[in-house]
Design a protein. Sequence first.
Length: 288
Amino acid sequence: MGDPHAQPFVSPLPALIDELWERRSELNPSDGGFGAPGEARAVVDEALDLLDSGAARVAFVDPQTDRVVVDERAKRAILLAFKLYPMREATVGDFRYHDRIPLKAHFPGTRIVPGAIVRRGAYVAPSAVLMPSFVNIGGYVDEGTMVDTWATVGSCAQIGKRVHLAGGVGIGGVLEPPSAVPVVIEDDAFIGSRSLVVEGARVRRGAKLGAGAILTASTRVFDAQSGEELPRGEAPAWSVCVGSTRVRSFPGGDFGMPCLLVLRRLAEGETHDKLALNEILRDHGVAS
């Protein structure tokens, strides 16, 4: 249980965002919709700048309660941007884009390989590496993380430090409702090729997912050694997990339903050794 004396979370974003949200049906790109023309857009600009720089974020794990805290004001600011920003053309060399949300412009200390796309309002930390990939608005990619080729970080998804999102990984996004919890991938996690983590699922610190695993908020999770059912929608900390199926009976017959299988527990703080991980997965007929 959390500290009863802990202070409630206060968003660092402008409080005017909440007022604009209540009047969102009146807003449009032509007049800004708040006071002087363009004033509403200036408020949203300020909010997106804070998200873009990492000074604010859509969600984080509260170290006292171990719960994911969502900054609803941040979600509202992003949704308001789609109401207030006009369609504009952006160019990168010979490429042309037409969108309401411009591309991110500042990447101090980050390695960006040609083909990587990041929208404004997403944070990418120094020392992160982006291969040809996509990071959507509200996303957060922390230090030392690799977003590998054709991986996607969906809107508002939170990616921790020293994470490896392998080729083709899909990290789902969520914007509405503003209270919805985004996907959280904690520090030192490894997400194997073509895996999907969506619907507010959580990969806890140091967890490793084998290739092709599917984890949603409702995915059932089982310990392979004991058969114990673990909390749904979570890859346990410091574990090696693979996608599996569990037989369920329906009126039309028995069918295999997706689940996540915890093959092995790792020592807390065990460093990520790709060769050792591959050996564990290959012992069970799975590649990473």
